[in-house]
Design a protein around this ligand. Structure first.
Ligand SMILES: NC(=O)c1ccc[n+]([C@@H]2O[C@H](COP(=O)([O-])OP(=O)(O)OC[C@H]3O[C@@H](n4cnc5c(N)ncnc54)[C@H](OP(=O)(O)O)[C@@H]3O)[C@@H](O)[C@H]2O)c1
Length: 396
């Protein structure tokens, strides 16, 4: 089997690092084409040297010189590509067979979509892209015969237990429901009133998963599960009423599919992102991922509860957004990104995140989406509106 060329967009992040860990275990099977970072030049240079990357990509052009110094210091010969267009260019070049989309937020949309338009196998971690442009991704994947393999552990689990022809409509293959599991985050079972003075560090202290700060806050608010509900709608051609969320604090059952004969198929494993990453890389085969094996006799119990929509209204909001359709998911995602950033900078409180997102959905104009330009414009408008709401809400 010829070695496959892999480009990792967002290689300096949590998913990026885990991806490189899996790749390094299979040097005969994979080689690294491009690695990209946004701010962490030192780490990018180290990764390029260690993984012998052909291209070191920096999304911010102004930082190209800094990256050059970091590479020179290590005597690393990776070629520098700089600027936002460079991300799409490396993702779609001939040498790249598969792209790990691991940039956080809507910033990952354009290069991720370009990878699909170039017919690459897309390993999708960057859920925000699918949330805001699901229809475009579906169309591009079908037109360019690109495979999209979900990396999010829940969607990866669903992908593993669904039959291959899920594209034709879940009801046609006997599926009744997709059941996404949620750990419940660090504040599971907490009263809403006790969440008033939560700090960014408390919100980022996830009990089961070690992740980037944005997704950690999303997990604490359950906005992450809301984004995942919308992601599942597009990845699996599911109707909103076919998607359920269930809280499972141990994060061992990564998701389930319930069939009309009463069968429920689940995928289980330790909470380690290297399992879904390895599955996405090797699909339809499997490769070793360096993950601790699951021993249920050590875990003892697996619990399941309904989600608390009162303390965590973001999840209910996501279902409303899904029903509303059109540009609502774009507003939802953009407002959440801006609100999370404001929370991480301690400009707003934890409980203000969902209320600001809800207010943004109220004030932003609704509209249809015909293509990428509209998405980018609605995203921009929603960010501006959310910024104004945060300014107005200061101190409330
Ligand atoms: N972490 C997980 O376990 C997990 C699980 C499921 C899904 N996901 C999804 O995977 C994606 C990545 O999550 P993460 O936890 O790995 O995030 P992370 O640790 O914050 O890493 C984000 C990566 O994106 C780069 N980046 C940030 N802003 C950028 C911009 N404006 N333009 C280009 N690149 C930018 C960062 O570069 P610098 O570091 O150089 O700034 C870094 O490489 C998210 O969409 C998340 O929802 C993550």
């Amino acid at each position: 089997m010829a070695s496959q060329g892999i480009t990792v967009l967002g290689s300096t992040g949590s998913i990026g690092e885990s991806t490189l860990d899996v790749l390094a275990r299979h040097p005969d099977r994979y080689h690294v084409v491009g690695l990209s970072a946004h701010s962490n030049m030192t780490r990018l240079a180290e990764q390029c040297l260690r993984h012998n990357a052909r291209y070191a990509v920096i999304s911010d052009k102004a930082k190209a010189n800094e990256l050059k110094s970091a590479l020179d210091q290590l005597k690393c010969k990776s070629e520098i590509l700089a600027g936002r267009e460079a991300l799409g260019a490396v993702a779609s070049m001939d040498e790249t067979d598969a792209v790990m989309a691991a940039i956080v937020g809507a910033a990952g949309l354009e290069p991720t979509l370009q990878a699909v338009q170039a017919g690459k196998r897309l390993l999708l971690a960057n859920k925000e892209s699918m949330v805001i442009a699901g229809e475009l991704f579906r169309k591009a994947a079908s037109e360019h015969s690109a495979n999209i393999i979900p990396v999010d552990s829940e969607h990866n689990a669903l992908f593993q237990v669904l039959p291959e022809n899920f594209e034709n409509g879940l009801e046609n293959i006997g599926v009744e429901r997709l059941i996404l599991t949620a750990s419940g985050g660090p504040f599971l079972n907490r009263e809403r009133s006790s969440l008033l003075n939560i700090t960014p560090d408390q919100a980022c202290n996830h009990p089961n998963w070690d992740m980037g700060r944005k997704i950690s806050v999303d997990s604490a608010t359950l906005m992450n599960k809301g984004l995942e509900v919308i992601e599942a709608r597009w990845l699996f051609n599911a109707r909103p009423d076919q998607i359920d969320v269930i809280v499972h604090p141990q994060s061992i059952v990564h998701s389930m599919v319930s069939y009309l004969d009463g069968s429920v198929l689940a995928q289980l494993g330790m909470p380690d992102m290297r399992t879904p990453i390895a599955y996405a890389l090797a699909w339809p085969e499997r490769v070793e991922a360096g993950v601790k094996r699951l021993n249920l006799t050590e875990i003892h119990k697996l619990e399941f509860y309904p989600p608390d929509l009162e303390s965590f209204p973001g999840l209910a909001l996501a279902f409303q957004v899904l029903e509303a359709g059109d540009n609502a998911p774009v507003i939802f995602n953009a407002a959440n990104e801006v609100a999370v950033e404001a929370f991480l900078q301690e400009r707003i409180g934890f409980l203000q995140i969902p209320s600001i997102v809800s207010a943004a959905l109220d004030v932003c104009e609704t509209g249809k989406i015909d293509g990428l330009d509209e998405i980018l414009e609605y995203d921009r408008l929603a960010r501006e509106a959310t910024g104004r709401l945060i300014h107005k809400n200061k101190g409330t």
